[in-house]
Design a binder for this molecule. Structure first.
Ligand SMILES: *[C@@H]1O[C@H](CO)[C@@H](O)[C@H](O)[C@H]1NC(C)=O
Ligand SMILES: *[C@@H]1O[C@H](CO)[C@@H](O)[C@H](O)[C@H]1NC(C)=O
Ligand SMILES: *[C@@H]1O[C@H](CO)[C@@H](O)[C@H](O)[C@H]1NC(C)=O
Ligand SMILES: *[C@@H]1O[C@H](CO)[C@@H](O)[C@H](O)[C@H]1NC(C)=O
Ligand SMILES: *[C@@H]1O[C@H](CO)[C@@H](O)[C@H](O)[C@H]1NC(C)=O
Ligand SMILES: *[C@@H]1O[C@H](CO)[C@@H](O)[C@H](O)[C@H]1NC(C)=O
Ligand SMILES: *[C@@H]1O[C@H](CO)[C@@H](O)[C@H](O)[C@H]1NC(C)=O
Length: 272
């Protein structure tokens, strides 16, 4: 009889445990480093009864140090975390500001009363959008080799690896070369090289380099370019050189003529 009771109690306990379907999930399909990320705790009335006189406390624990983050709407670090509750729903959320990779791969727990729901916050690297900083390494205006002006730009901690293209006066002219310099788990360091072809038709105007980053095009270079000037200068040098040569040749010819004339005069004198 006693054993029977124990069994019944065990079954009830197991059934009670199994019926708790509460969980939390990441609501963002893609995560952008530096932006907000939203975790949602999904509960039902059995797991979280808010119609009691003294409702069960609801909160979040977790993060890099696995500590209490928020309780009943108050967060210990309000610049990093925000707890979102709704009067119409038992579900409640955790907003993580300025999301970074240090918030990833850690355990987070949402709880209501004695019910805890655990999970690891992880994401596939391909779901990450990131662009930490842009540095122009070279814009070689003076070194126009093979009729090209070289532009080199580094994109730090960027994901996914973008495609970049150049526009002159708002019109597409060419793709830029994108090379991954370093791979990390969630992003890459990337070098964008664009060789601006210098020809007589298109050597001035607004030059832009745009890179596509999932939802947006990011402008990584936007400057008014005028390299026709340099072209004209080299032309002037060539003209000056040509004139110089002409003058030199003319002087030479005059000298030769004078020498020859003197020669003929001597010969004439000899003959006479
Ligand atoms: C919630 O609590 C109230 C008051 O204690 C109780 O009457 C109700 O049955 C509870 N609901 C659930 C689903 O447990
Ligand atoms: C709050 O979070 C920010 C960003 O993670 C951190 O720099 C700061 O030190 C935290 N403040 C406290 C009091 O923990
Ligand atoms: C966001 O976090 C990064 C480091 O993860 C920090 O360098 C940056 O200053 C933070 N930005 C803001 C607005 O708090
Ligand atoms: C986070 O976990 C995933 C899956 O286990 C792993 O591939 C990744 O390298 C981890 N990231 C870090 C920064 O530890
Ligand atoms: C969560 O991550 C920790 C440390 O990376 C690991 O020990 C634990 O097994 C993970 N839990 C789940 C449910 O994946
Ligand atoms: C970049 O261009 C290549 C070839 O045109 C294409 O296969 C790839 O999907 C593009 N990547 C992005 C992020 O648009
Ligand atoms: C980004 O630029 C490409 C090519 O210039 C264009 O096809 C696309 O519509 C642009 N996307 C956005 C979101 O502006």
């Amino acid at each position: 009889m006693n054993r029977m009771l124990v069994h019944v109690v065990m079954i009830v306990l197991v059934a009670g445990k199994a019926s708790t379907s509460g969980t939390w999930k990441l609501t963002n399909t893609r995560v952008t480093f530096g932006k907000d990320v939203y975790l949602m705790c999904l509960l039902d009335e059995v797991e979280c009864n808010t119609s009691k006189q003294e409702p069960d406390p609801r909160g979040w624990t977790g993060g890099p140090q696995y500590q209490l983050l928020c309780m009943d709407g108050d967060c210990r670090n309000s610049s990093k975390y925000e707890m979102i509750t709704q009067s119409t729903s038992l579900n409640f959320g955790l907003l993580i500001h300025n999301f970074s990779e240090s918030d990833l791969n850690h355990s987070y727990t949402c709880s209501c009363g004695f019910n805890d729901f655990h999970g690891n916050l992880s994401i596939e690297p391909k779901q990450v959008i990131s662009l930490q900083s842009i540095t122009k390494t070279i814009k070689d205006k003076n070194n126009i080799n093979n009729d090209n002006m070289a532009i080199e730009i580094m994109l730090h901690k960027v994901n996914p690896v973008p495609n970049c293209s150049a526009l002159l006066k708002g019109r597409f002219i060419n793709d830029a070369t994108v090379t991954v310099m370093k791979w990390y788990t969630y992003y890459n360091d990337v070098k964008v090289i664009y060789n601006f072809p210098v020809d007589s038709v298109a050597c001035e105007g607004r030059l832009q380099i745009l890179c596509n980053l999932v939802y947006t095009n990011v402008s990584i270079f936007d400057e008014y370019i005028d390299i026709c000037q340099e072209n004209n200068e080299s032309l002037r040098t060539i003209i000056l050189l040509a004139i110089g040569c002409c003058v030199f040749v003319m002087i030479l010819l005059i000298c030769i003529y004078l020498v020859k004339r003197n020669d003929t005069m001597y010969h004439l004198a000899d003959n006479v």
